[in-house]
Ligand binder design. Structure first.
Ligand SMILES: [Zn+2]
Length: 328
């Protein structure tokens, strides 16, 4: 049985042959075995060619299909080289619940990894559900998380969803880490790998983490820019409400100190930007408010006062309270 030709033998290719090489070998064989190339052959010879052709077709059908080929390779590794036994009961069984679907080692746990792929307007989410041993689970975690870290950020909805995926996967990693070390199965199983997958490079040595850092820097810049805009608009709306308010009884509320020395005299007007007094000007010019008094305390301001400003050390009369009427 062990000496029976494998599908690879039938097509005359090596076990590491590419799909292309397999295709070429099959085409050549089909050409060589074609009855038109054997005109005048005996009935026995034609019969032999026909059998070889059907074997080649069967071999090609399996080896040209990635998943069928992987399954077939797994059988070969377990010593089932006779392709004639395919589908019969002496095949190894499929791995069960406690057995890794990749290598058959146990214990295996059902784990779920989320893969986020950000697009500009929408996003896709891939869920990888595998029943795997610690070694294979860790390898899959690293691969999926790295992909997610590279591809998951690039979109507005995707960005926030991806944070969820990455955190979910990290939670899964702690489950994986607590698993027992894989042990080989007690009987041969129909699995593609003979050993647990090598875990591969740690995440910190893959591109994903660093691409994520860049994604977060960009997102941070966008968010900071947004906040600066909204605090600017908040500032101007708060100054507008100050302007319409009825009193500014506390010292410097509603107006903060100017940088150049200003002399506040009753009857002059002030210009302002935001919450800052920017200058003193004649009331014929465009202005923010009229100075209706300069007093010792805000309580001494005239009744029409809407805002006050306590002169600072850089002003002409530090400590004096300037009373404004922003309706004049
Ligand atoms: Zn495994």
């Amino acid at each position: 049985m062990a000496s029976a030709p494998t599908f690879y033998d039938i097509l005359g290719v090596s076990r590491s042959a590419s799909t292309d090489e397999i295709k070429k070998a099959y085409r050549k064989l089909a050409f060589d075995l074609h009855p038109d190339r054997h005109v005048g052959a005996s009935a026995e010879e034609v019969e032999r060619l026909t059998v070889r052709m059907s074997e080649a077709s069967e071999a090609y059908e399996v080896l040209s299909d990635q998943s069928l080929r992987a399954e077939y390779d797994a059988r070969l590794r377990l010593g089932f080289s006779d392709h004639q036994s395919a589908g019969t009961s002496n095949l190894p069984r499929q791995p069960g619940p406690g057995e890794c679907m990749f290598c058959g080692h146990g214990p295996a746990t059902l784990i779920e990894l989320h893969q986020g792929i950000g697009l500009i307007i929408t996003r896709r989410k891939g869920v990888v559900r595998i029943n795997a041993c610690k070694g294979c689970a860790k390898a899959m975690f690293r691969q999926v998380q790295n992909d997610t870290l590279i591809k998951g950020w690039w979109g507005i909805i995707a960005f926030f969803a991806n944070i969820g995926y990455v955190l979910h996967n990290l939670g899964t990693l702690s489950t994986i880490s607590s698993m027992a070390e894989p042990r080989p199965p007690s009987e041969p199983l129909l699995v593609p790998l003979a050993h647990p997958m090598p875990p591969g490079r740690p995440l910190l040595r893959r591109a994903g983490v660093w691409i994520s850092v860049i994604a977060f820097v960009i997102a941070g810049a966008i968010i900071a820019g947004h906040n600066a805009n909204s605090s600017n608009s908040a500032a101007s709306s708060s100054s507008a409400s100050t302007a319409s308010g009825t009193s500014g009884s506390s010292g410097s509320s509603g107006a903060s100190g100017a940088t150049t020395q200003l002399s506040f005299t009753t009857g002059s007007c002030i210009t302002a930007s935001g919450n800052s007094i920017t200058g003193v000007t004649g009331c014929d010019n465009s202005h923010y408010a009229k100075i209706v008094g300069v007093t010792g305390t805000s309580g001494q301001c005239p009744a029409s006062t809407t805002n006050t400003y306590t002169e600072q050390s850089g002003d002409a009369n530090p400590g004096k309270v300037v009373c404004f009427d922003n309706t004049q």
